[in-house]
Design a protein around this ligand. Structure first.
Ligand SMILES: Cc1cc2nc3c(=O)[nH]c(=O)nc-3n(C[C@H](O)[C@H](O)[C@H](O)COP(=O)(O)OP(=O)(O)OC[C@H]3O[C@@H](n4cnc5c(N)ncnc54)[C@H](O)[C@@H]3O)c2cc1C
Length: 348
C-alpha cells in the first residue's frame, strides 16, 4: 500500500514524486519505457531555474552541459527581431536546450535517490475504482493500491479517458510535425527562432552540439508533408523520420477528484509556440504534490474528516489549473490575433 502512485516518469511525474516524497509520503512511480527515452521539448525558459532549485536538481542540470541561450529570434506580426529573456542584478538570464532523455533522467534519478520506488518499465493499464474513488492501478506488473493516483502520463489523457472525464478543446484540431537534423547551421548557432507566415509557424533550435530540432504547425487544414524540412536546414542531414503530435488546445474539466490528480500534459495541452510545456508540467507536479500532502496531513490530524478537507483541496487545485490555462489561453489567443485576418479566422 502506497500513499501515492504516479503514472508517468516525465517532468510532471518526477516533480510530483519528489514533492510527495518530501512530504514523507510513500510514493510509487510507474513508467512504461526504460530510460533514457526520447521526448520533444528541449527549450526551457529561464523561469524554470527556481523550480529546479526547489526540486534539488538545479546543480545537476547546470552541470549537464546543456546549451544555453539569451532569448529567441521572433518573426510574428513584425519583422524578425531578437527578444532577450532579460536580466537582473545577477546578470543576463539564459534558457536551456535540455536534451530531454538526459533532463528527464536527472529528475527521475533525484526522485529515486530520495526514496521514491520506481518500476520501469511498467505499463499502467487501468485505474481501480471503489465507490467512485480511484484506489489503485492495474499494471503490467500487477495491482497496486494507494490513497491517491496521479496521472502524469502525458497528452493522450490516460486517466481522463478511463474515467470518462470531459476533455474540452479550445482550438481547431492542431497537429505539429517535428524532426531533427544533424550538421552545422551558423544562423541557428546562438538562439532558437520562431517564424510565422501566412499558413502557420516554424520553430528551429540548436539542441546539441551538431543537432537541430524543428517544429512546424499549420493553422490551415493543409497537411505538412512527411518530407518537409525548414529551408535553413536544407543542407543538413535528417535524423530519422519526422513525427507528428496532437497539439490541439485542450484541458480536462475536472483535473482532480476523489483519489486522483491530473498533472502536466495529462491535465492541459497548448501548442508548443510558447515553449512552456515542461515548465507547466513541473509546476503542476509540485502543486499536486503539495495538495496531496495537505489532504493526507489533514486526514491524519482530524480522523474521519477526510472528505471535507479533500474536497476543498481538490476544488482549489482544479481552480488553479483553470486559472493558469485560462491565462495562457488568453495570451496565446492575443498572439494569434496579431497575425493576418486569414490566420485569425482559421485558428481559434
Ligand atoms: C513538437 C513539440 C515540441 C515541444 N517543444 C517544447 C519546448 O521547446 N519546450 C517545452 O517546455 N515544451 C515543449 N513541448 C511540450 C512538452 O513536450 C510537454 O509539455 C512535456 O513533455 C509534458 O511533460 P509531462 O511530464 O506532462 O508528459 P511527458 O513528457 O509526455 O511524459 C509522460 C510519461 O508517461 C509515460 N507513460 C505514458 N503512458 C503510460 C502508461 N500507461 N503507464 C506508464 N507510463 C506511461 C511516458 O512513457 C512518458 O515517459 C513540445 C511538444 C511537442 C509535441
Amino acid at each position: 500500500m502506497y500513499d501515492v502512485i504516479v503514472v508517468g516518469g516525465g517532468p510532471a511525474g518526477s516533480a510530483a514524486a519528489i514533492a510527495c516524497d518530501r512530504a514523507n509520503l510513500r510514493v510509487l512511480l510507474l513508467e512504461k519505457y526504460p530510460f533514457p527515452r526520447d521526448r520533444p521539448g528541449e527549450t526551457l525558459h529561464p523561469g524554470i531555474e527556481p523550480l529546479l532549485d526547489r526540486l534539488g536538481v538545479l546543480e545537476a542540470v547546470l552541470s549537464a552541459g546543456f546549451l544555453r541561450h539569451q532569448g529567441n529570434w521572433v518573426k510574428w506580426e513584425r519583422d524578425l527581431q531578437f527578444i532577450p529573456f532579460g536580466e537582473d542584478e545577477t546578470g543576463i538570464w539564459h534558457g536551456f536546450q535540455a536534451w530531454r532523455a538526459d533532463f528527464d533522467r536527472l529528475l527521475l534519478d533525484r526522485a529515486i535517490a530520495l526514496g521514491v520506488k520506481v518500476l520501469p518499465p511498467c505499463h499502467a493499464v487501468r485505474p481501480i475504482l471503489c465507490d467512485g474513488r480511484v484506489i489503485g492501478v492495474e499494471t503490467s506488473q500487477g495491482i497496486f493500491e494507494a490513497s491517491v493516483v496521479i496521472d502524469a502520463a502525458g497528452g493522450h489523457h490516460w486517466l481522463a479517458k478511463q474515467l470518462g472525464l470531459n476533455i474540452k478543446t479550445y482550438s481547431q484540431p492542431l497537429v505539429a510535425r517535428y524532426g531533427y537534423v544533424r550538421g552545422q547551421c551558423p544562423i541557428r548557432e546562438r538562439a532558437p527562432a520562431i517564424i510565422a507566415d501566412d499558413c502557420g509557424w516554424t520553430w528551429t533550435a540548436r539542441v546539441r552540439a551538431d543537432l537541430y530540432q524543428w517544429t512546424r504547425l499549420n493553422f490551415t487544414i493543409e497537411r505538412i508533408d512527411r518530407g518537409w524540412i525548414p529551408e535553413e536546414f536544407a543542407n543538413l542531414q535528417a535524423v530519422d523520420k519526422s513525427r507528428v503530435a496532437d497539439v490541439t488546445w485542450r484541458t480536462i474539466d475536472r483535473p482532480a477528484g476523489l483519489g486522483y490528480f491530473l498533472i502536466g500534459d495529462a491535465a492541459a495541452v497548448l501548442d508548443p509556440s510558447s515553449s512552456h510545456g515542461v515548465l507547466k508540467a513541473i509546476m503542476s507536479g509540485m502543486m499536486a504534490g503539495h495538495a496531496i500532502s495537505q489532504i493526507i496531513e489533514r486526514e491524519a490530524r482530524h480522523q474521519g474528516d477526510r472528505n471535507y478537507s479533500e474536497r476543498v483541496v481538490i476544488q482549489e487545485y482544479c481552480q488553479w489549473i483553470r486559472d493558469w490555462f485560462g491565462h495562457d489561453l488568453a495570451r496565446l489567443t492575443e498572439l494569434y490575433a496579431l497575425l493576418s485576418d486569414r490566420n485569425r479566422s482559421t485558428t481559434i
